[in-house]
Write a protein that binds this ligand. Structure first.
Ligand code: MIC
Ligand code: SF4
Length: 641
C-alpha cells in the first residue's frame, strides 16, 4: 500500500499495530455516526460501559430508518435517541431530516478524518476523502468511549478510472460494472481506492454513489482523493473552511488493481437477488415493471433526482407503474422545490415520500405479489422489500425514470433529453432539524419496548451442542435477522426480535434454538454479508448460539459475533461442510480453537472428526475469553476498582 491515500489515512490515525496487511491495527476514530435501527443498542451499550460523555471530535445520532409510526415503538426509540444525544453530547438529526449518509456528506464529513458508523454504508463518506468504515453498534460505542477501532489491516485495491461517462451513463453504472466484475466477495479485505484522470470527471455525489456500493463488494471501505471538486461541493453547502486536500503520492502501490474506462460503460442493472448479478439494461427490455423507487443513500442527491425529473418532465408514468421518490435530505428536497423539479415529479404522478430510507429497508412500499420493482438502491436481497416473491432490479435514477414512463425496463439512452444538472450555487442550509450537543443534563428516556443489552455469557471450554440450522452460501444479515416494517420496531427489544431470526428461511428456527438451550450454526461462503446490524449476532446469542462454523465470513458480521462472545470458526477443508447436517450433535474444542487458532470438531452423530480454524488477533482472543466486548469492558472496569 506504499504511497496510497489509504496508507496516509491509516498511518495518520494508527494507535497500535503495524501497517502490514492482515495484522490487527487499532485506529483513532475522529467521528462516529449511528442510525436509529442500530443506535438504541449502541447507546444502551455505551451506557452499560459507564461512559458519560463521548470522547470523539464529533458524533451524530441520525433517525432515518424506523420512521413509520404504526405503534409506539419507533417513536419511543426516537425519544430515547434524543435523550441519549443530550446525555452523551452528540448531534441529533431528527426524523425526516435525511438519510444519515447523505446528511453526513452535506454537514459533517471532513477530508482526511476517520469515521466509524453503525451502518454498512458508512463508507459513502469516503467520497470526501475520509476513511469511513461500517461496524457493529458495540464497536461504535467503544469508539465513542475513546477506544481505538480494531480491524485487520486491509490491502489496497486500486481502481483506476479513465475517460468520462457518456450521456445517460451514470456513477451507478460504474459501481454495478465493478460489482459484476469482482463480485460481492471481491472487495473482502480491501479498501477500494479510486484514482486516475477519470476521477476528475465525477462530481462529489457521483463519487458517493460509488463509495456507497463498495459495501456491496464486501470492501472494508472505499475512498476518493479530496480535490477541487470536493472543495466545490463543500463550498456549495457552506462548508469550504472544512476542506483540505488529500491524495495518494506519486508511485502508489496497490496490492490489486483494475482499470475502468468510463467512456466504454453502458447503463447496467443488478438482477434479482444479488447486487453482483449485473447485465446491461438493454438486455432486459422485455420486462414489464410494477414499481419504480428513486432514492436511498445510494442515489438521492439533488443531481440524481434532477436527472430523473428531466426525463419525467411533461410525461405521465405508465398505468402499470407506481413511482416513489424519496429525497436524501431536506437540503435536497428544498433545492428540488426551488428548481421546480418537485413540480415535475408531482405532475408526472410520483408519490413523494419522506427524506428517509423508506422502501430500501422495507419500511412501506412493498411491491405487489410477484412484482417487478426497479430501484435506485444498493440491495436487492430476496424478501428485503417486504414481498417474498418480488423481483428487485437495481438501476440508476435515469434508467428508473425512463422505465417508469415506458412501463418496461428501458435503456435511458433512448431519451434525447439532456440530464446533466448543475448543483445550486449555494444550497439553502437550514440546520434547525439537527440539535447540537449541549451541557444540559439529561437521563435516558426508555419506553416499554426498550430492553437492556443482553448480559454476557462465560466462555465455554468445550461446546457440545446440536446444529440448530445449516444454511448455504452468501447468507446475508437480512436472512439471519430480517428487517422491514414488522420486525424493525423490535430493534431495541432483543427477546422480541429474536423470534424473527432466520424466519425467511426456516420459521421454526427460533423456537428450535431456544428449546435446544445451546446450539451451533453451520454455513457456507461469505456468511453474514450485507448490513452491519449486530442484531444478526445479538439474536442468535440470545437464542443460545455458542459457535458459528462456516466456509468463510463477511468482515463486520464476524466482528459482531466476536463482540457477542460467539466463536467464529471456518472449516479447514471446505468439503467438510457436506459432512454435517442439521440436527447433528457436534463437539467443538473451543479452548484450543480460540487459544491456538485451530481445533477439532467431532460430529458425534457420524463419528467423524474434522479440523476447524479460528484465526484471531490477540485482542479478539481476549474478547472471546471474556465473553465478548461488553464482558471485557466490564471486567476491565471491575479490575480497576
Ligand atoms: C441496511 O441497509 O441493511 C441497513 C438497514 O442500513 C443496515 C443497518 C441496519 O440493519 O440497521 C446496514 O446496512 O448496516
Ligand atoms: Fe438506509 Fe437503505 Fe442506505 Fe441502509 S442502504 S442506510 S436502509 S437507504
Amino acid at each position: 500500500m506504499k504511497n496510497t491515500l489509504t496508507e496516509k489515512l491509516l498511518s495518520s490515525h494508527l494507535l497500535s499495530g503495524r501497517l502490514a496487511v492482515g495484522e490487527e491495527i487499532g485506529l483513532l476514530m475522529d467521528q462516529t455516526l449511528t442510525q436509529d435501527a442500530t443506535g438504541t443498542m449502541a447507546y444502551l451499550a455505551l451506557d452499560a460501559m459507564g461512559v458519560s460523555r463521548v470522547k470523539t471530535e464529533l458524533s451524530v445520532a441520525y433517525v432515518d430508518h424506523n420512521t413509520l409510526g404504526s405503534g409506539f415503538e419507533n417513536a419511543d426509540d426516537h425519544r430515547f435517541l434524543c435523550s441519549a444525544a443530550k446525555k452523551f453530547g452528540l448531534y441529533y438529526s431528527r426524523p425526516g431530516n435525511g438519510i444519515c449518509h447523505q446528511v453526513h456528506l452535506e454537514r459533517f464529513g471532513i477530508p482526511g478524518k476517520t469515521l466509524i458508523g453503525s451502518d454498512s454504508h458508512t463508507p459513502t463518506a469516503g467520497a470526501l476523502g475520509m476513511l469511513a468504515i461500517g461496524a457493529g453498534g458495540l464497536d461504535v460505542a467503544a469508539a465513542m468511549g475513546g477506544s481505538p477501532y480494531y480491524i485487520k489491516c486491509p490491502a489496497v485495491f486500486g481502481v483506476e478510472l479513465i475517460g468520462s461517462l457518456p450521456p445517460h451513463v451514470t456513477a451507478k453504472d460504474v459501481i454495478l460494472k465493478l460489482l459484476g466484475t469482482i463480485s460481492v466477495k471481491g472487495g473482502v479485505g480491501y479498501i477500494l481506492e479510486y484514482y486516475g484522470e477519470g476521477v476528475k470527471s465525477l462530481s462529489l455525489t457521483e463519487r458517493a454513489t460509488i463509495t456507497n456500493m463498495g459495501a456491496e463488494c464486501g470492501a472494508t471501505s472505499s475512498v476518493f482523493p479530496s480535490d477541487e471538486i470536493t472543495l466545490d461541493y463543500m463550498r456549495r453547502h457552506g462548508r469550504e473552511e472544512d476542506w483540505t486536500p488529500v491524495f495518494a503520492n506519486e508511485g502508489a502501490e496497490y496490492e490489486r488493481h483494475i482499470t475502468i474506462d468510463l467512456s466504454a460503460l453502458v447503463p447496467m442493472a443488478a438482477c434479482p437477488h444479488m447486487a453482483d448479478l449485473c447485465v446491461p439494461v438493454s438486455e432486459l427490455s422485455e420486462i414489464k415493471v410494477d414499481q419504480v423507487c428513486i432514492g436511498s443513500c445510494t442515489n438521492s442527491s439533488f443531481a440524481d433526482l434532477s436527472a430523473a425529473a428531466e426525463i419525467l418532465r411533461g410525461k405521465t408514468i405508465a398505468e402499470n407503474v407506481s413511482l416513489t421518490v424519496s429525497p436524501g435530505s431536506r437540503e435536497v428536497l428544498t433545492a428540488l422545490s426551488k428548481s421546480g423539479a418537485l413540480d415535475v415529479f408531482l405532475s408526472a404522478g410520483a408519490r413523494l415520500l419522506e427524506c428517509v430510507c423508506g422502501p430500501c429497508i422495507g419500511m412501506g412500499q412493498s411491491p405487489c405479489s410477484g412484482g417487478v420493482s426497479l430501484r435506485t438502491f444498493n440491495r436487492n436481497f430476496k424478501g428485503r422489500s417486504g414481498t417474498a416473491d418480488a423481483k428487485i432490479y437495481l438501476v440508476s435514477p435515469e434508467t428508473a425514470a425512463i422505465s417508469a414512463v415506458t412501463g418496461y425496463i428501458t435503456d435511458p439512452r433512448v431519451s434525447s433529453v439532456p440530464t446533466s444538472v448543475t448543483d445550486p450555487e449555494n444550497f439553502e442550509v437550514n440546520t434547525n432539524m439537527i440539535i447540537p450537543p449541549t451541557d444540559e443534563k439529561c437521563e435516558l428516556i426508555y419506553g416499554p419496548n426498550i430492553k437492556p443489552f443482553p448480559a454476557p455469557k462465560e466462555f465455554p471450554d468445550v461446546i457440545e451442542a446440536d446444529v440448530s440450522i445449516k444454511v448455504g452460501e452468501n447468507i446475508t444479515t437480512d436472512d439471519i435477522m430480517p428487517a422491514g416494517a414488522k420486525v424493525l420496531p423490535f430493534r431495541s427489544n432483543i427477546p422480541a426480535i429474536s423470534k424473527f431470526c432466520f424466519s425467511g428461511i426456516d420459521s421454526d428456527f427460533s423456537k428450535r434454538a431456544e428449546s435446544l438451550g445451546e446450539s451451533v450454526i453451520v454455513g457456507g461462503e461469505n456468511y453474514g454479508q450485507g448490513s452491519s446490524r449486530e442484531h444478526a449476532a445479538l439474536a442468535p446469542f440470545y437464542l443460545g448460539i455458542r459457535a458459528v462454523v462456516v466456509k468463510s465470513f463477511a468482515r463486520i458480521h464476524r466482528s459482531n459475533l466476536i463482540n457477542m462472545g460467539i466463536i467464529p470458526c471456518t472449516f479447514e477443508n471446505p468439503d467438510d461442510y457436506d459432512r454435517i447436517s442439521e440436527g447433528d450433535t457436534l463437539k467443538i474444542n473451543a479452548e484450543s480453537a480460540v487459544m491456538y487458532g485451530s481445533g477439532t470438531l467431532a460430529n458425534l452423530k457420524s463419528g467423524e472428526t474434522f479440523r476447524i480454524l479460528c484465526p484471531l488477533g490477540e485482542r479478539e482472543r481476549t474478547l472471546l475469553l471474556s465473553g465478548g466486548l461488553l464482558g471485557y469492558i466490564k471486567s476491565k472496569a471491575g479490575g480497576n476498582e
